[in-house]
Design a protein. Sequence first.
Length: 575
Amino acid sequence: ASALAVDFGRLELPSVARLARHLATTLAREDLDPTVAVHLAATLEDIRTLLSSAIAQHSSAAGSRGEIVLLGPASSDTDALGWVLTSRGYALTAGEDRLARTEPPTGVVVAAPDGFDGATVALLRAAAETWRVPTIVLHRSDDPLELRKLAQYGTTMLKLGAPPDLVATELARAIVSHRSQPTAMICGEAREAASLLAEHGFHVLRVPGPNELHNAMQGRHCAVIFGAAVAPGIVFDLARLIRATPSTRRAPVVWLTGEGDDRHREQASRLDIFAVEEVGDGLVARVGSLLRKAAAEIADEGQSPEAILRWPAAQVLIDRSLVAAHRSGSSVAVATIAIGSTVAGEQVDQLEESFTREFRRGDILGRRGDRELVVVLQGVSRRVAVNRLSELLDRLDLLDDRSRVGIAVFPSDGRSAEELAAAADAARELARADAGPTVVSTTWRPVDELAPDVLVVDPDPVLSTMLQAALSERGYRPEVLRDGRETLERLTASPAAPELLLLDLDTPGLDGLSLLRRLRAAGVLAQTHVLLMTPRFSEADVRVALELGVADIIRKPFSVTLLVHRLKRLSEDRA
C-alpha cells in the first residue's frame, strides 16, 4: 500500500495516492478486526472507482496536444512517463520504427539507460536529423565528456528516474519555445530597435497606432515595444489592458524612454514595463530572455494536472469529506452549476479554469456532464456559499439567463454526495422555473411561497399580537399561531420552514416539548432554529429541550429588546 501511494503520486493521481496512504496506515494498526476489514474493503472500492474515472479521463484527453515519440528500452520509469504524457493530452508512440516515417512529431523522448553507446548515439542522431524537434534525453551518465556529446542532440538532459511530471513539464517548455518564433510588435517610431531585432532573427511587426495594438496581439506570442514618441499615458493604459487580458497578460512590454527620462520609471516598474534608455545588444538579449520566460510560464500553466474530477471520483471524495465533517461538527456546501446552452464552449472552459484558480486546495471540483459542474466548499455556511458563488459569477460574467446554481448544505439538506446534489438540483430548477436568482440555496422559495422569518406560537393573544407588531417594525416577517397541533400541521404540510420558531412551552392541543419531538421526527428542525419561551425552568425540561435541538431559552416575562437580540443572534448562527 505504501509503494502504491508513491506510484500513484508519480502518476499525478493525488486522490488515489491519499487513499493508498490511508490504506497503509490502517494496515499498520495492531487492532485489526472485522469492522476494520469492512473499512478497508470500502477504501479499496473507493480506489477502484477513482482509478476507473482517471482511466476514462486519461483516454479522452490523449492526443489533443500532439504526438510524442518515446525511443529506447521500456522500463517502469518510461511507463510512468507515458501515463503522465498521455494524461496531459499527448498521443504516445513507442518504437524505433517510427523513425521511418517522415512527418515530424511534437517532441521526442530518448531513454539512454546504458549511457553513451553506439545504439543510443544512432537513435539520437537519427531523431535529430529526421525531425529537428524538441528532444529530452534521459540518461544515467556522470561522465562530462559523454554528457557533452549527448547534449549535441538533446534539447534537455535529465537523469533517468526523474519524476515524470518534471520530464513532462520540461518537454512542454521546450515545445512552446520551439514553436514560438521570437516576435516583436513595434508601436510608435522605433526604427533603430526594429532593424537591430530583425538582424538578430526576430520577426518584426509594426502596428499603425496604439488603437490597433490590442487586436493585433490576439493569438500571438510576442513582445511589445513602445517607441519613445508614444505618450506615457497611452503606454500605461495599453500596458494595463495587456495585463488585464488573459490571452496577452504574459507578453513582455518594453518602452524606449530615451536617456535621462526618469519621470515615469516608477510607474512603469509597477506595471511590469521594462524601460530602456539606449538601443543596443542589451535590448536584444533582454527581449529574448523575456520571451523565453513568458513561453515557460505559458507551458507551466497549460500543463497543470486536471483539477476537475469526473462525477464518480468526485462523489467518493465528497462522501469522505462528509464523514470528516460529521466527526468535526463542521458544515459542507455542495453547489451544482447548470450552464445554459447559449454559453459558448470557450466560455465554459474559461469558467472551469477560473474555478480551479479561485477555490481552495481542500475544496472539490467535479464534472457531471458537458455543462454541469459541482463545487464543494469545506467548512462554510449556507450564506457564505451563496455570497461567494454569486460574487465570483458576477465577476466572471460568463453565464446566461438560463444558467442556475443550486446550493445544499450538509447536514441539514442531506448526508451523502448524491442526496446533497439532488437537493441542490431541486433548488436550482425551482429558481429556473420561477425566474429566480442565478444562485439559490435549498431554503430559497418564490415570493408567494415564502415562509415567515419568525413563527410565533403562544396561547396569549395579547403577547403574541405585541410580538408580531414589534418584529414587523424591526424588518421581520412574523406569523402567529396559538395551538400546538395547528402548528404541527402547518409546519409538516409546507415545504418552506421558518428560519426561527418562537415557541411557548405550554401550548394547548400539543405542548411545546411534544411538538418539538414531532417536528424533529418530520425533519423540520433541520431548517429552523427554536427559541423556547417559558415562565418556569426545570432542569429536566431544559435537558430535554436541548436534546431536541432547542437553540435558546428565554424566561417570561422578557423585554422585547432582549428577545430581538437573541433572535438576531440565532439568525446569524444559522447563516
